[in-house]
Design a protein around this ligand. Structure first.
Ligand code: ADP
Length: 154
């Protein structure tokens, strides 16, 4: 069985991630979305919220799982007995960044990184843009799955 880890912060899950994951399940038998926990990073959404968004979004797709991890992605892959890392590519900046990480991961392990090119409809979307739209009261719902909603303060 071919399984891949799709690592990231998912703060929050966007239609860009959704596109890569739904296309990824056509390539792999199982995709494990792995939310990396970095204690130095400040997040807009709590870990519980980020997890719940993903659980709700993929509740009808049993081949998509979600979990959290700390430490190196390659160590997590070994622990989970997964041979592939899935990543999305949006632009040349992503390529340069991802190239260095994928080559480092290959140096540290046998794990292959597989890239899917972003769809033209979602290539401009990033979690940081979504957070900016939310902070400025814009209509972020156009950029995320229906399951991702900001809780309004009562
Ligand atoms: P990170 O915190 O590592 O930047 P993200 O949650 O932003 O993680 O993204 C995880 C993965 O999703 C990365 O491979 C990133 O390139 C990919 N990704 C994010 N947005 C898009 C998009 N609009 N189209 C394609 N891939 C995307």
């Amino acid at each position: 069985m071919k399984r891949a880890i799709f690592p990231g912060s998912f703060d929050p899950l966007t239609l860009g991630h959704y596109d890569i994951i739904t296309r990824g399940v056509k390539v792999f038998d199982e995709i494990i979305i792995a939310i990396g926990i970095n204690s130095d990073k400040k997040y807009m959404f709590s870990l519980e919220e980020r997890l719940q968004f993903i659980i709700d979004t993929f509740k009808h797709e049993p081949r998509v799982k979600v979990t959290t991890y700390t430490g190196l992605t390659v160590d997590f892959c070994k622990k989970m007995d997964v041979d592939f890392i899935l990543r999305g590519l949006r632009n040349p900046a992503d390529f340069e960044f991802e190239k260095a990480i994928a080559q480092t991961n290959r140096k540290l392990s046998e794990i292959e990184t597989v890239f899917l090119l972003t769809s033209s409809k979602t290539s401009f979307i990033s979690s940081s843009i979504v957070r900016d739209v939310i902070r400025n009261d814009g209509d972020y719902t156009l950029l995320v799955p229906d399951t991702v909603r900001v809780k309004k303060a009562p």
